[in-house]
Write a protein that binds this ligand. Structure first.
Ligand SMILES: [Zn+2]
Length: 483
């Protein structure tokens, strides 16, 4: 791999107030610098202000303008996300800082298993893949909206797959838990344009639906008997009731909830799921036998308003909890006090993590630059779907062929008969099985009737729904009986 040490186009190289060369950064993180240079006669380093002429194409000569404009653009994109999630940083930057911090406490890809809890949405794979790149194949406990439904058996299964250190016999686990949300390039919350799908869809769709349902049905109505769920919709109904119980625990009633938006509920979801995770850890992990780390937050998809448009698709992480428990002692990690890696370092690490580099766009095509507080790199995940650049290239090619067909006077005939081997596979209509009746659905439905069951149900509901509002203030939202 050719790696140039010279600043690439688009990186800033400015001489800071402290007299050293700050390359690739508008300003280094203040908290970090203030620790490095803490003598009393030094005032806090000030961020170097963005030169507004960067935004004016005629005010600057060519190269300088290009350098500033890219940083200005990336900084603007970060600002859109930081409006809703002030601590959010680029996903690569986040994982690189985390890897360094965890390594300092003895965790690495060879001796640890990553336990990853995300929403089932395919777009969360960008985060999973980057975690796998650092820690090897992860054990997933995913659920709709990130809700944890795998229970102690699910978590314990993952832990039992952890590597065991030869000398100490110790196991190491790194727990990740991230609900997700989209804040697109123009700052639209919840909407995302997916590859190959016209219009926009929602992220997180499950959390958005939960918010709508809880607003319509009310908080108390969604606080079902703990653990109870719809047989045909187990994960979503458990998600809703976990959120509703958390809202009630936080003292938020229907009036508060009617003013909540998706950003608010995503933050509630993060707190709920993180607490659930911590409770499951307390029930499954033996700190004498294992060291572990817990890292939670929100994954934010900051994509272009149309998947194939010119806007780079960026991913952010807003960290929430980050701590390690080593030899039974808990230590907090503050990733925001660590400096970001430079764009050059992030490029190198990201390129080595590409599952299929042959499908990725040219490395230099993907923008990677500083936003001041973080370094951001465009994602173009070839392992998920065709890249946006490849999409564009194919479209241009199709237009070319279409013109050629006309200009060369071709008269193509496209015939797609079913191959003969398929006729044997197509004899039965896919409906047939369903018409016969599916035993699993009927089996559960039988329990919907019965006077004894109805009486028991309303008794339990009245206990947990009507009386719940009074009890909830003193109860822990992640108490054992609570799902
Ligand atoms: Zn989702």
């Amino acid at each position: 791999m050719h790696v140039s040490s010279a600043p690439r186009s688009g990186q800033l190289s400015v001489r800071g107030r402290l007299g050293y060369r700050q390359s690739n950064s508008l300003h280094a993180p203040r908290a970090f610098l203030s620790k490095l240079f803490s003598s009393s006669d030094e005032e806090d380093p000030k961020p170097i202000e963005m030169d507004q002429t960067a935004l004016n194409p005629v005010a600057m000569p060519g190269k300088k303008q290009r350098d500033y404009t890219e940083v200005a653009y990336m900084t603007g994109r970060a600002k859109v996300v930081n409006k809703y999630f002030p601590t959010a940083i680029g996903i690569d930057d986040f994982l690189n800082r985390l890897e360094i911090a965890l390594y300092a406490y003895g965790f690495n890809g060879d001796n640890s298993i990553a336990m990853v809890n995300l929403c089932r949405d395919e777009i969360t794979v960008s985060l999973k893949n980057k975690i796998d790149h650092v820690f090897g194949s992860s054990f997933n406990t995913n659920g709709l909206g990130g809700v944890l439904t795998c229970g102690v058996t699910g978590v314990a299964a993952g832990l039992s797959h952890a590597p065991v250190s030869k000398g100490s016999g110790k196991e190491r686990y790194v727990f990740f838990s991230f609900p997700h949300i989209s804040v697109d390039a123009r700052g639209e919350v919840g909407t995302i344009s997916r590859p190959g799908r016209p219009g926009s869809s929602c992220a997180c769709g499950a959390l958005n639906k939960a918010l709508i349902d809880i607003k319509v049905q009310g908080v108390d109505a969604n606080c079902k008997i703990p653990g109870v769920h719809e047989p045909l919709d187990p994960e979503f109904t458990i998600l809703k009731q976990r959120l509703a119980r958390r809202l009630r625990y936080d003292g938020l009633d229907d009036g508060h909830v009617s003013n909540m938006n998706l950003v608010d509920l995503t933050k509630v979801a993060e707190r709920t799921i993180s607490d659930d995770l911590n409770y499951l850890i307390s029930q499954t992990v033996d700190p004498q036998k294992a060291d572990y780390a817990v890292v939670t937050g929100v994954q934010i998809h900051n994509w272009g308003t149309t998947f194939d448009d010119e806007s780079p698709n960026l991913e952010f992480i807003a960290p929430a909890q980050a701590y390690v428990v080593v030899n039974g002692f808990k230590t907090q990690i503050d990733l925001n006090t660590m400096p970001s890696l430079t764009p050059r370092q992030i490029r190198i690490l990201a390129d080595t993590g590409n599952m299929d580099a042959s499908q990725a766009g040219s490395k230099d095509d993907l923008v990677c630059n500083s936003t001041g507080s973080s370094t951001l790199r465009e994602i173009d995940p070839p392992y998920l779907y065709r890249s946006k650049r490849e999409n564009r290239r194919k479209r241009e090619q199709a237009e070319t062929y279409s013109e050629l067909i006309q200009s060369e006077g071709l008269s193509p005939e496209i015939a797609c008969p079913w191959p003969s081997w398929q006729t044997s596979l197509r004899k039965q209509s896919p409906q047939t099985e369903q018409e016969k009746g599916n035993s699993a659905i009927h089996f559960d439905s039988k329990f919907r009737t019965g006077e004894e069951l109805d009486a028991m149900w309303s008794k339990l509901q009245s206990e947990y729904v009507s009386a719940g509002s009074n009890k909830s203030k003193s109860s822990d939202p992640s108490s054992p009986e609570d799902s």
